[in-house]
Design a binder for this molecule. Structure first.
Ligand code: UDP
Ligand code: MN
Length: 303
């Protein structure tokens, strides 16, 4: 009896594994085309791609997706969610995950075309986004006056500006939540792929924007201030990999804007559609690669 149950279970697990491998393979073959060219055509203009860098923060998914859906729907903003999940063993790389997210969210129209023509697989029916919210998962807008529309004025808009962000107040801070047009993201060549571990990728991003002479627009100092403009799910006990090596410190003093979005590979990524409380969102599993000779600080540090 016990043996029979174990056999059935094993068979079921094998089937699940087979299905997963098949999906991964199918996804991979369609993605090689995405890697090759940048598609600037949008299926629907004015659609917001909410891009969330992610690893080991599953407790934040539900509050994030449900809150953001209500918040953006109340504002009448067409949107889709892209959670970019880092699955390798390297240190967390927020910038590279944003690059991957923007590739997926803006290439979606092309994916639809490929799938419709080749396999009729409607699972990947998505709209191409023409602007993005580069969004931490632990920071939720709680003031309806924050703007999540397309940042047409300058192309870049810092929603969680210093003076409103609950934790970071220094004037040069550019983290948390940014909205950006596809044109602006491409023109600054996205994020550097070389920042591993917590911090500094946002400083490098600010430098990319500055060197292109793009001004960062931002909301006025709302009366809800630093305490009530956002719901802050940020927990001290969540893992933050803040240690830095000497080499890493030296590297962060330089900027290489010619590297970034343009050399972000999608070769070890695959994506699925998921749903939660009736809300559809996309998850990209990203197994990042790192050349440990050039950026050895991608390897986990022992301290
Ligand atoms: N993040 C994650 N897992 C990690 C580290 C970071 O998912 O191990 C993502 C998550 O979206 C988070 C964002 O990166 O909101 C910024 O990280 P964190 O909250 O640790 O940094 P801080 O708010 O201090 O900038
Ligand atoms: Mn945080």
């Amino acid at each position: 009896m016990k043996q029979k149950r174990e056999d059935t279970l094993r068979k079921r697990l094998e089937k699940v594994k087979e299905r997963k491998e098949k999906r991964e393979k199918q996804s991979q073959s369609n993605l090689s085309a995405l890697d090759e060219s940048i598609l600037l055509v949008n299926i629907l203009p004015n659609t917001l791609g909410v891009i969330v860098p992610f690893r080991n923060r599953s407790k934040h998914i539900r509050p994030f997706i449900t809150h953001m859906t209500k918040y953006l729907s109340d504002k009448g903003i067409p949107h889709q969610f892209w959670v970019i999940n880092q699955t390798d063993a390297f240190r967390f790389n927020r910038g590279k995950l944003f690059n991957i997210g923007v590739k997926y969210a803006s290439y979606a129209g092309f994916l639809l075309y490929k799938f419709m023509v080749q396999t009729l697989n409607i699972l990947f029916f998505t709209l191409g986004c023409d602007y993005f919210a580069l969004h931490d998962i632990d920071l939720l807008p709680d003031n309806p006056n924050l703007d999540y529309g397309k940042p047409v004025k300058t192309g870049v808009y810092h929603v969680s500006r210093p003076g409103l962000h609950p934790l970071y107040r220094h004037s040069k801070f550019l983290g948390g939540i940014i909205t950006i047009t596809k044109e602006a993201f491409i023109s600054v060549n996205g994020f550097s792929n070389d920042y591993w571990g917590w911090g500094r990728e946002d400083d490098d991003f600010r430098e990319r924007i500055r060197s292109k002479k793009i001004k960062v627009d931002r909301p006025p100092l709302l009366s809800t201030g630093t305490k009530k403009t956002f719901i802050n799910l940020h927990l001290k006990e969540d893992i933050r990999d803040k240690s830095k090596t000497e080499e890493q410190n030296r590297y962060a003093k330089q900027h290489f804007p010619e590297r970034g979005f343009n050399d972000t590979s999608l070769s070890e990524t695959c994506f699925w559609e998921k749903s939660l409380a009736g809300i559809v969102y996309f998850v990209v599993d990203a197994k990042l690669s790192c050349d440990a000779k050039t950026t050895p600080w991608c390897l986990p540090l022992s301290t």
